[in-house]
Design a protein around this ligand. Structure first.
Ligand SMILES: [Mg+2]
Length: 134
C-alpha cells in the first residue's frame, strides 16, 4: 500500500465487478478488494451473468475478470463491455499470458492483467497502475 498513497481512498470510490467461475477464487478476489477499501463489489460467474448484473445493478467502473469460464469467457466479455461501455476499466485475471493471448486482449483494449496465481501485492500493483492512468 505504501507505494500507492491514496489507493484505499481511490478504491473506496469505485464500483467493482469480479467475474470468475471458481467460487473460492471469486471470493478471494472480492475479499481482497474489500480489504483494500472497496465498498461496492458485485460478483458474477461468467460473461452472461456479468452482462445481466450490469443491466440490473448498473455499469461498474472496474471489472476484474477471469479468462477461462464456461459459457461466455473473459475475452468475449471484454469485447462486449468495451463496445457498450468504453470507459469501463477491464482487468484480466489469467494464467494465459503467452504472446497470442496478450495480443488478442490488447486488441480488445484490456486495461491490465493480474497473473494467476495472484497475490494481494499483484492486485495492488495493478490497481495502482489504473489509478495513475486516471
Ligand atoms: Mg476459470
Amino acid at each position: 500500500m505504501n507505494e500507492h498513497p491514496g489507493l484505499g481512498e481511490w478504491v473506496a470510490g469505485k464500483k467493482f465487478m469480479v467475474v470468475e467461475d471458481v467460487d473460492t477464487s471469486r471470493m478471494l478476489v472480492s475479499g481482497l478488494l474489500r480489504s483494500l477499501g472497496a465498498s461496492s463489489v458485485v460478483t458474477a460467474v461468467n460473461g452472461e451473468d456479468a452482462l445481466e448484473k450490469i443491466e440490473k445493478k448498473g455499469v461498474p467502473d472496474i471489472i476484474i475478470c477471469d479468462w477461462v469460464m464456461p459459457g461466455m469467457d473473459g475475452l468475449a466479455l471484454l469485447g462486449v463491455v468495451k463496445q457498450l461501455h468504453d470507459h469501463v476499466r477491464f482487468v484480466m485475471l489469467t494464467a494465459q499470458t503467452d504472446a497470442e493471448h496478450v495480443r488478442q486482449a490488447a486488441y480488445l483494449k484490456v486495461d491490465g492483467y493480474v497473473a494467476k496465481p495472484f497475490s494481494r501485492q499483484t492486485l495492488v500493483e495493478c490497481l495502482g497502475k489504473l489509478m495513475q492512468k486516471g
